[in-house]
Design a protein around this ligand. Structure first.
Ligand code: APR
Length: 251
């Protein structure tokens, strides 16, 4: 089937769905210029080791190195914009209130910037900070804590020396309980799930696609390359998200 024929078939399937869940990954932001993780040449993990940069242990061993890497990613995010794929999802939500839930593994905030509401951000947010260890005073880091740090140095608490770290979910860490619970509810009650721009290699996020399928939802995968979730898909739309989502959701 050609891409345009598959888009038409998928569009029909979505039109019949009372509730749609979207599971997005790094690929949806690729056309905004944000690098993915696992693409062969351009993915971040093609040249860097996650265990050196995206674990609590890495931060404890080398806080400066990890802080610098996140500072670079934060700075480059300031230069990018949501693309037509993010916008198509947000516009669909506005036309059909309550019908589509966005579940994302992305920490780039582009779904939210495109205007999507109620986004379930399973892996946290690159824009936010939190303490590395629980704060004995029970407060979160403030802009003052961050501003007080030497330029370029990871901020620390003036009282106890606790480090400030990015509020993202690192390998080996638990997902935010409330977001995961809501994502599981959306996956088990949806009639159709759109799996967009994810390799489907990281759990528990990828498990949501299995959960949706097991509960009877139709799965549509949008990805220019094969993914680990292809076997669950009723339809595969082999193309980029910014190309495929606008005609798919134009109703
Ligand atoms: N449109 C849609 N999909 C695309 C596009 C595009 N324009 N370009 C690339 N892709 C696909 C790739 O083919 C790949 O399957 O996006 C997927 C990106 O996969 P990953 O880089 O593994 O990203 P993701 O699945 O989101 O990773 C999950 O891994 O390292 C962690 O915490 C990180 O949230 C991330 C998690």
């Amino acid at each position: 089937m050609s891409l345009s024929a598959s888009i038409l078939a998928a569009r029909q399937l979505l039109q019949e769905a009372a509730h749609i869940a979207v599971l997005s990954g790094a690929g949806i932001s690729a056309e905004s210029g944000v690098p993915t993780f696992r693409d062969a040449q351009t993915g971040l993990w093609a040249h860097l080791r996650p265990e050196d940069l995206a674990t609590e242990d890495a931060f404890r061993r080398h806080p400066q190195r990890v802080w610098d890497w996140y500072a670079e990613r934060r700075a480059s995010l300031a230069e990018v914009q949501p693309n037509a794929g993010h916008r198509a999802l947000a516009e669909f939500q506005h036309r059909h209130p309550g019908r589509l839930t966005v579940i994302t593994q992305n920490v780039d905030g582009l779904h939210q910037r495109a205007g999507s509401t109620g986004v379930l951000a399973l892996h946290g947010s690159l824009a936010a900070d939190r303490w590395l260890d629980p704060c004995p005073a029970g407060r979160g880091p403030t802009a003052c804590d961050v501003a007080r740090a030497d330029p370029g140095r990871p901020p620390r608490c003036a009282q106890c020396g606790n480090w400030v770290r990015p509020a993202v979910v690192w390998f080996g860490e638990l997902l935010p309980e409330d977001q995961l619970r809501q994502a599981e509810q959306a996956a088990s009650r949806c009639d159709a799930m759109l799996v967009v721009g994810t390799a489907g290699a990281v759990y528990p996020a990828a498990g949501l696609a299995h959960q949706a399928r097991a509960a009877g939802a139709r799965l549509i995968v949008v990805n220019p390359h094969p993914s680990e979730l292809d076997g669950l898909a009723q339809l595969r739309l082999v193309g980029g998200a910014a190309q495929v989502l606008p005609p798919l959701l134009d109703f």
